[in-house]
Design a protein around this ligand. Sequence first.
Ligand code: SAM
Length: 238
Amino acid sequence: MRIDVVTLFPEMFQGFLEGSLLGAAQAAGLVDIRLTNIRDFAQGPHRQVDDKPYGGGPGMLLMPGPVVECVESVLADAPPSLAASKPHVLMLTPAGRPLTQELVEELARHDRLVLLCGRYEGFDQRVTDTLKPEAISIGDYVLSGGEVAAMVVIEAVTRLIPGVLGDAASADDDSFSGVDRLVEGPQYTRPREFRGLRVPEVLLSGDHRRIADWRREQALSATQRRDRSPVGSDSDLP
Ligand code: SAM
């Protein structure tokens, strides 16, 4: 998979992309992640990328020219292996479709993603009108820029690429995955007892059927508790 990030702050991605799973996935050729700076497509001595909104209002907007030209240049750079694939352009914005594991699975089916990170008060509408990106939000809150949101998308998508996770089955067992998209129940490792808290007997039984049944029951109750949990309260959570 190839992922291009279009941003004003490529340096924000440095440590993130070198990190363990992503660094290894890139070294193994499973994903190719490129960063392109919108400012490189700005005109004039000050390389201006933003301006005041027409009609007034606070803050600055990203001008359409540098953003659209930057994305067009990224799209034109298609490696021969991806020449036949249609890149999927995503715009990170609070107004977008909420990111869920289901959407992450959809995104992971593409060969090529282009992630468009906003800054300031966001994009001039003509960026959307011209590029027709899929708008994606990582939650109902406002960040200062799309970079952290793009990192969330990259991390969630790349772990679904075959070969990225050490144990291929582990993504299938994760929360929100599988047919019924349950959250994971409690898990335990050594020691068997910690400050008087013992590992449930069933997990030590060696009876795989009982263990699987127990885990499913726990996942069902954790999912029900989470769905019932009032906003702002974690008192019901495990
Ligand atoms: N004025 C915009 C609004 O009210 O929706 C907020 C702009 S925000 C300060 C700047 C940039 O951060 C956005 O263009 C977007 O790329 C990114 N961003 C902020 N919150 C986000 C979220 N919840 N999901 C995805 N991207 C987000």
